[in-house]
Design a protein around this ligand. Structure first.
Ligand SMILES: Cc1ncc(C[n+]2csc(CCOP(=O)(O)OP(=O)(O)O)c2C)c(N)n1
Ligand SMILES: [Mg+2]
Length: 411
């Protein structure tokens, strides 16, 4: 079903009206000799472009196509229709919820710890738990992740230890990047999670290069590349989409469209139909998904993964969500958005939507919820205290691991 959706959108947007034109042209053809010559089958065809001729001078604009629709499964608790081939064990259904909760609690603790001056900086994932956990659950550990900075949930799903999150945020000597990166710039070779870079969108062309390598080595795996809708405005995004499409690389681009790039809302960021509309223009099968519906994200990503490896082709997923927290601890979002707007999105969060569903199936209940949250909170606080006690990295290490052989001037 969903395979059809990926391809349907591309056709729907761009060919709906061309089809209409075709019908018009051909009906004209039977009546008008002039049009008949315009659509002459002997005309040479343009290289790489499948087009038909028309005598109608018309620019394509918004009235010409419908916005890409948004795929969703969790409509309301009473009306949940899981697709027939949707196979998840009870254990996975519960794990999805537990990871969403863990991410949420970890965020609150680390955010507070920054406010208390214990760490220098933090970025929360609040509101985007479903996009992260749903997509992470749908791919395999062999798949290589390139993330932006708001994807801690993907690492959590891959069982990155809580203490490692804490060590990184505290920049202590146990932090694998030895305190040289800002907090939340995680990375794990073991978990195929490429270390986060601060400059936006640099991960996209790099991810495509990795996907190309996977293809050359005929690996049964793909690359999953996350980015914000703001990052999609960088030139690197264009280069990456185009390379991925033309070189037919096995990569899933997952755009977290959370409505803001710091203080710039999507209303000011672009004029077209979001990021999804760009996919077909690059020849990339695309879907827009309700990023607050963990099951829809899971199913869309799972399908994209299967097709992307089978067909050796990139896929684009635009996950529609909302950044409930501030951009980072350096931001106060009430300066540029109303509390009414935030309250509106806070009313039914991705977590509460999924919890309602789990409860309706009998897999979760209030008591279990309370016990689980208490236990997670305690273990995160314990890890935080441990990380806080560790020494900072030795200053001598500042110059190691940069050059293979340390140059004279640095020595
Ligand atoms: C090349 C570059 N330009 C600007 C910035 C500053 N910056 C950091 S995050 C950000 C907004 C990114 O928004 P989006 O991609 O939508 O991600 P979100 O924060 O919403 O998750 C900007 C402009 C940067 N890090 N790198
Ligand atoms: Mg954004």
């Amino acid at each position: 079903m969903i395979e059809k959706i990926f391809f349907k959108h591309a056709k729907q947007i761009y060919f709906k009206n061309i089809l209409r034109q075709t019908q018009q042209s051909y009906s004209h053809k039977t009546t008008t000799a002039k049009i008949g010559t315009i659509v002459n089958a002997n005309d040479p065809s343009f290289i790489g472009i499948e087009t038909i001729f028309t005598n109608e001078l018309k620019f394509i604009d918004k009235e010409y196509y419908d916005p890409v629709s948004t795929f969703r499964i969790l409509n309301s608790v009473k009306d949940v229709q899981l697709p027939k081939d949707f196979k998840l064990t009870e254990e996975i259904f519960i794990k999805i919820y537990c990871k969403m909760i863990t991410l949420n609690i970890m965020d609150k603790i680390l955010y507070e710890s920054q406010r208390q001056g214990r760490i220098s900086f933090y970025m929360t994932n609040i509101g985007e738990e479903a996009t992260q956990i749903g997509s992470a659950a749908a791919v395999s550990l062999e798949d290589i992740i390139y993330a932006q900075y708001r994807e801690a949930g993907v690492l959590l799903w891959r069982e990155y230890p809580i203490i490692d999150f804490m060590n990184q945020c505290y920049g202590n000597h146990k932090d694998t990047s030895k305190g040289r990166q800002m907090p939340v710039h995680y990375g794990s070779k073991k978990l195929n999670f490429v270390t986060i870079s601060s400059p936006l969108t640099t991960q996209l062309p790099q991810a495509v290069g990795t996907a190309y390598a996977l293809k050359q080595f005929k690996k049964d795996a793909c690359v999953v590349c996350y980015f914000g809708e703001g990052a999609a405005s960088e030139g690197d995004a264009h280069a990456a989409f185009n390379f991925a499409a033309t070189l037919e690389c096995p990569i899933i681009f997952i755009c977290r469209n959370n409505g803001y790039a710091i203080s710039t809302s999507t209303l000011e960021q672009f004029k077209g139909d979001g990021i999804a509309a760009r996919g077909p223009a690059y020849g990339i099968p695309t879907i827009r998904v309700d990023g607050n519906d963990v099951l829809a994200v899971y199913y869309a990503t799972k399908t994209a993964r299967e097709l992307c490896i089978k067909k050796g082709q990139p896929f684009l997923i635009e996950a529609m969500t909302y950044r409930l927290g501030h951009h980072s601890t350096s931001d106060d979002s009430t300066a540029y958005r109303s509390t009414d707007e935030i309250n509106h999105w806070n009313y039914h969060t991705p977590i509460s939507r999924y919890r309602d569903y789990l409860e309706s199936t009998g897999l979760w209940c209030d008591q279990r919820d309370r016990e689980f949250k208490k236990c997670v909170r305690n273990s995160i606080l314990l890890a935080l205290t441990e990380a806080e006690k560790e020494l900072k990295p030795c200053w001598k290490e500042l110059f190691t691991d940069v050059y293979y052989t340390m140059p004279k001037h640095i020595r």
